[in-house]
Design a protein around this ligand. Sequence first.
Ligand SMILES: Nc1nc2c(c(=O)[nH]1)N[C@H]1C(S)=C(S)[C@@H](COP(=O)(O)OP(=O)(O)OC[C@H]3O[C@@H](n4cnc5c(=O)[nH]c(N)nc54)[C@H](O)[C@@H]3O)O[C@H]1N2
Ligand SMILES: Nc1nc2c(c(=O)[nH]1)N[C@H]1C(S)=C(S)[C@@H](COP(=O)(O)OP(=O)(O)OC[C@H]3O[C@@H](n4cnc5c(=O)[nH]c(N)nc54)[C@H](O)[C@@H]3O)O[C@H]1N2
Ligand code: SF4
Ligand SMILES: [Mo]
Length: 692
Amino acid sequence: MDQKTREIKTHCSYMDHGGCGLILTVQDGRIVGVKGDPEGWLNQGYICPKGLASPRRLDHPRRLRHPLRRTGARGAGQWERISWGQALEEISSRLDRIRRRDGARAVAFGLGMPKGLDHFAQIRLANTFGSPNLAASQDVCHAPREISGVHTCGFYPVVDFKHPSKLVVLWASNVTATNEEGGICSQLLKQLRQGTELMVIDPRRNGLADRAKLWLPLRPGSDAALALGLLNVMIQEQLFDADFVANWTHGFEDLARQAAGYPPERVAPITWLEPEQIRAAARLYASAKPAALAWGNPIEHTNNAFPAARALLCLMALSGNLDVPGGNLQPREPRIAGLGAFVRADLVPDKRKEMLSAAHGVIPRFMTIPPAYLRRAILEGRPYPIKGLFSMDTNPLLVWADSRLTKRALESLEFFACAELFLTPSAALADVVLPAAANFEFDDIGHYGLGHGYILARPQAVQPPDECRPTMQICCDLGRRLAGPELWPQDYRELLNMVLEPSGLSWQEFVEQGHLQGPVKFRKYQDQGFQTPSGKVELRLSTAEKFGLPPLPAWGGFPEDTDQEFPLVLTGRKNRVSLHSSYRWVKELRDQNPEPVLEMHPTDAANRGIKGGDAVRISTRQGSIVQIARPSDRVRPGVVYAEHGWWFPEDPDPLGGWDRSNFNLLTGADKLGQEFGTPNLAAIPCRVAKIE
Ligand SMILES: Nc1nc2c(c(=O)[nH]1)N[C@H]1C(S)=C(S)[C@@H](COP(=O)(O)OP(=O)(O)OC[C@H]3O[C@@H](n4cnc5c(=O)[nH]c(N)nc54)[C@H](O)[C@@H]3O)O[C@H]1N2
Ligand SMILES: Nc1nc2c(c(=O)[nH]1)N[C@H]1C(S)=C(S)[C@@H](COP(=O)(O)OP(=O)(O)OC[C@H]3O[C@@H](n4cnc5c(=O)[nH]c(N)nc54)[C@H](O)[C@@H]3O)O[C@H]1N2
Ligand code: SF4
Ligand SMILES: [Mo]
């Protein structure tokens, strides 16, 4: 290795929730090599195609390299280059003008999937500005699982792939493609080689389903019904952990009465399964000890998100798998800054009453605004108007349900600014766009705030292009202007130090260590009980009446029914080589997935005269888009899978062809789950036709 070439250890991120230890080779300030770090704490050498391509985000010729201000109509693609001083001045004066005139709550702050510490810096920015309104996709991502967990057992039970399990249940989890929140699939694959059994609950026969002892190809959106069916069998056949139930649960009799209404014969036609499959699944899960349940995203992709999450929590409790090694854990954080202190939650003490979700009666502790409600506030002034938006790390025009509604809302804002790597369709609608530095170009801390009991060091490897700034730095720059220098440091690295301070580690020491884990201890409830009002797992929620929540899980029916016009059921999954709508412009990734693909069963395709490679129109009651058909017997008949997040950066249209293949033109923002304002991204009646 010559003098100018060096190797740097860091962690992959911004390609999913991150977690793989990487070794980067840097030559003349450019990353020329990347491989999985064999000593990586979570991945032990594993790396996926996105990780391999990740350095190529940095040097794309059309990456944003300086701040832009709109000169023409919104979305017309006319911009002028401005200086950072002008850009920060414009954003802060426009947001401040709204704050003075309409109050701080009239400005919302937009967030995407949590990718790094900048997510929490943005929350701190909203709090120090004084606004209770943080808009994020948490209505369809993790909040239903996490917050239902907190209400039911006092924590979010995280799947444990680190300790051996007798059985792993992949329930709507696509872990070999998504490596969801650091649940890196190499850990699971290792366990499978050592004899761990697998059960897969998924309408699609993914690669792991081929190796599963049991695969249940349920109808999309029927998860809550299936979970109630499993509870029924476990209770009827006395397959539950009687000691745990007697000592550590509240409301078992009520749950038993409720579950009695869901015998397999009733659940089978809802879920498109056989009663015997439901019995077999219940028996397998209840008898394998320990069993880890990896619960994936589509559980929270219908208006039944809350009952589905609640029923799954009841399954974990009845089977005695909460906080046992190889089950579902309550991780403890290392000694680092608490979340509330870091984001300065104290500055908006009335947030729960002030945030616009309050008017919609969402579940307590759900602290971000569902996009459905944000857009009502922007477009209809309900319950009060939102006039300004500052967003980072998100592409709402692609990722929020009902993209036409999103477009109207973004267009009608008085002021909209964002920070981005690329001029995405959402950024194209902004008044000011700030060029962000990418991961590898700044120091960062991974997994802070995700509740997994560890944080990861992501030291910088290369310099950003001249004018690109880390989004954490942008928060500092805006925060000093909008909230004052006493609340915000000059240099974003101070934010990293704030997180680490209680640990006693300096940034450099943390980097050398690579990660920091909280104390590992199991069955903590034996010492301290569960952090719920009853001190037990609340199978029946004791706060239900107080909070207006259903006390017991129930099947609420499908959001919409199929009929002759819309006979197929549409759902989705994440693709191994893309992250939502991100990085469609990275050639190495795009080459592996050049077009949006619609998967359907060969019989469903043949019945419509559709062959592989045909362009097809997918229509729902909401709208229609075009994708490319791929018949596959991995998908069960009657179900189709479209790809989410598609736009075309190469398209001359300033909005990048946002309305051609975008899944969220097929989704609506009206049939919402009460607790989280969750729209339906799965289980949507549709039809598919070949485009002649
Ligand atoms: N490659 C890649 N990785 C990612 C992401 C990405 O975009 N791309 N996104 C990241 C983010 S933000 C998240 S939240 C996670 C999500 O990661 P996962 O939780 O794994 O989510 P998905 O890939 O959406 O879907 C998981 C599985 O659910 C199945 N499925 C679809 N509908 C239903 C249903 O109604 N019921 C059941 N039981 N199963 C169903 C699909 O076939 C798929 O196998 O991934 C993270 N990792
Ligand atoms: N139909 C449908 N809709 C969905 C889902 C689905 O499965 N189906 N999944 C949902 C889920 S789980 C989630 S989490 C959301 C995801 O929603 P988002 O997080 O908004 O999704 P992305 O498309 O990844 O947008 C992230 C943006 O951040 C930019 N970016 C990347 N790195 C940086 C950086 O360092 N700084 C800045 N400022 N920007 C950066 C990228 O260019 C990209 O445009 O989508 C949700 N929407
Ligand atoms: S699995 Fe996630 S963290 Fe690992 S290399 Fe791929 S994108 Fe990066
Ligand atoms: Mo997500």
